[in-house]
Design a protein around this ligand. Sequence first.
Ligand code: PLP
Length: 421
Amino acid sequence: MDHFLYRDGALYAEDVAISDIAEAVGTPFYVYSTATLLRHFRLFDEALAGMEHLVCYAMKANSNQAVLKTLAQAGAGMDVVSGGEYRRARAAGVPGDRIVFSGVGKTREEIRTALEGGIRQFNVESEPEMVVLDAVAQELGRVAPITIRVNPDVDAKTHAKIATGKSENKFGIPIARAREVYALAAQMPGLQVIGIDVHIGSQLTDLAPFELAYQKVAELTEELRADGHQITRLDLGGGLGIPYERSNADPPLPSDYGALVKRTLGHLGCEIEIEPGRLIAGNAGLLISEVIYVKSGEGREFLILDGAMNDLIRPAMYDAYHDIIPVIEAAPGIEPQPIDIVGPVCESGDTFAKQRPMPPLHAGDLVAFRSAGAYGAVMASEYNSRPLVPEVLVKGDQFAVIRQRPTFDEMINRDTIPEWL
Ligand SMILES: *Cc1c(COP(=O)(O)O)cnc(C)c1O
């Protein structure tokens, strides 16, 4: 559920008309709903009620400072995957003891930043990383709390580019080697083993792969405890999918997921951490774009928008589907006609949808891409020297620009000219 609904035929974000924001900000832009962000965070929080837990929002999905602050004030922790994200989380007011650090390639510098600034735990992904973490922690006279990310060799049944839990993926340590690696970690004075971490992929629309992975984590917990390790925390990753295509979707709910966590891991008495990103931010955002031209090709019509692949890369990168709806609802009884929906960038990959049934649209009309709040603005670029797409946050009847569109001068002046030119 989200808070983007039609009122008298006009699309609203909470109590603000999308067309009013478009007038103030210009298109294209992202718009997020505070109520939707909070609702999704609370669904997870409630799904784990009865177990000691922390919901660590995977901020790579949408790391705007205002989004982070909204969630942090509601009690969310953060899952970060870079020194930049760590700094963003701290800048948004998240204390170090609510930040977990994931990722396969943490540098010494990033590790130092997190150790000095305070960190809940590092999710360690390899033995070489363990060695470096131990060394940096000892240099600083600290002890780094760690979980080790295990790769359970489970097929997440999602798009190949976002599956992370098969043995051929670069993530984690093969679960079969976990006891050996935990034994090594236990001997490193700069590390304190506190738990296990697993994250098998993103946009999972079936609970079965989670169940397989979590059963393996439960078994491993017992084995590691028998080996003498203190396993008190289980980080279960993120990955729960959202219904991008509303007409044919019925994905599992956070409450189903919470029940699964209790069933598979509840008996172990561990503190549970989860790292949802997409499910919190995805349906809390729209990308709004204006129709520039309607062009007739040979046996094909094209809707050419002012938004492009540089603003929302998911269709080009993951073959992703986004519902695209008119901001002013079509009159009842009008038959949708198939049309290709494209951006102005000079690549055929800059196609959002092919032969998508749409009501008749004209130059100047606005359309909204649904489910664009996660992996949208954060992946945007200035390709084709298109200004970085701005972001807007709505709360009730208020809205605010939370990232400005840069001016062309700002864009150009970021480059510097060597003195020989
Ligand atoms: C990307 C990622 C997540 C979030 O995944 P979603 O599908 O957005 O929920 C969580 N944990 C880790 C380690 C990740 O890399």
